[in-house]
Design a protein around this ligand. Structure first.
Ligand code: CMP
Length: 147
C-alpha cells in the first residue's frame, strides 16, 4: 500500500546546493514528490516540530541549526515510504554514515550527528503528524514559497 512520509532538506543541504541531486535520487528510487515548499523556520516553529527532543542536551543547537537558513520540505509517496526513505537517508550520524552507508544521502551531504543534511519521519504515526504540521495545521504560520 502507498504510504506518505515527510522529508526535509536541512539548511546545510539547501545552501550546499544538494537539493537537485537529492531529488534525482528520490525520483530514481521510485518516490513521488507530492508536495514541496521552501520555508524559513523561526525558533517557535522549530521548537514545536522537535518538541520530543526539548529535554535533550542538543536541543538548543538543533533549533539554531534548523533556523540557520531555509529548508525544503517534501511529502514523499511510495509503497512503505517511511522505511524506504529512512534507508535512503542512512544513519543519523552523517560522519558514521560515510563509513557504514557510503551510498546514503547523509553520507553524500551531511557532516556529523547534528548537521546530517536530511530528515525523515521515523514512523507512520510521526509521518502523519509531521505532514500535518507543515501542510495542514498552520500553513499560514510559515512564509511559504512554491517551488
Ligand atoms: P533527525 O533525526 O532528523 O531529528 C533530530 C535531529 O537532532 C537529528 O536529525 C540531528 O540533526 C539532531 N541530533 C540528534 N542527535 C544528536 C546529537 N547527539 N547531537 C547533536 N544533534 C543531534
Amino acid at each position: 500500500e502507498k504510504e506518505r512520509t515527510l522529508g526535509i532538506i536541512k539548511p546545510d543541504g539547501l545552501s550546499g546546493n544538494y537539493s537537485d541531486r537529492i531529488k534525482q535520487v528520490i525520483l530514481e528510487s521510485g518516490f513521488n514528490i507530492n508536495k514541496e515548499m521552501v520555508i524559513q523556520l523561526d525558533e517557535e516553529n522549530a521548537a514545536n516540530f522537535y518538541a520530543e527532543h526539548s529535554s535533550k542536551p542538543f536541543f538548543t543547537n538543533l533549533i539554531k541549526y534548523m533556523t540557520s537558513g531555509p529548508v525544503l520540505v517534501m511529502i514523499l509517496e511510495k509503497e512503505d515510504a517511511v522505511i524506504h526513505w529512512r534507508e535512503l537517508i542512512g544513519p543519523t550520524d552523517a560522519g558514521k554514515a560515510k563509513i557504514t552507508h557510503p551510498q546514503s544521502l547523509r553520507a553524500m551531504c551531511g557532516v556529523d550527528i547534528e548537521k546530517n543534511c536530511v530528515h525523515g519521519s521515523d514512523s507512520h504515526q510521526s509521518a502523519q503528524r509531521e505532514i500535518a504540521f507543515f501542510f495542514k495545521e498552520a500553513p499560514s504560520a510559515f512564509k511559504t514559497e512554491a517551488v
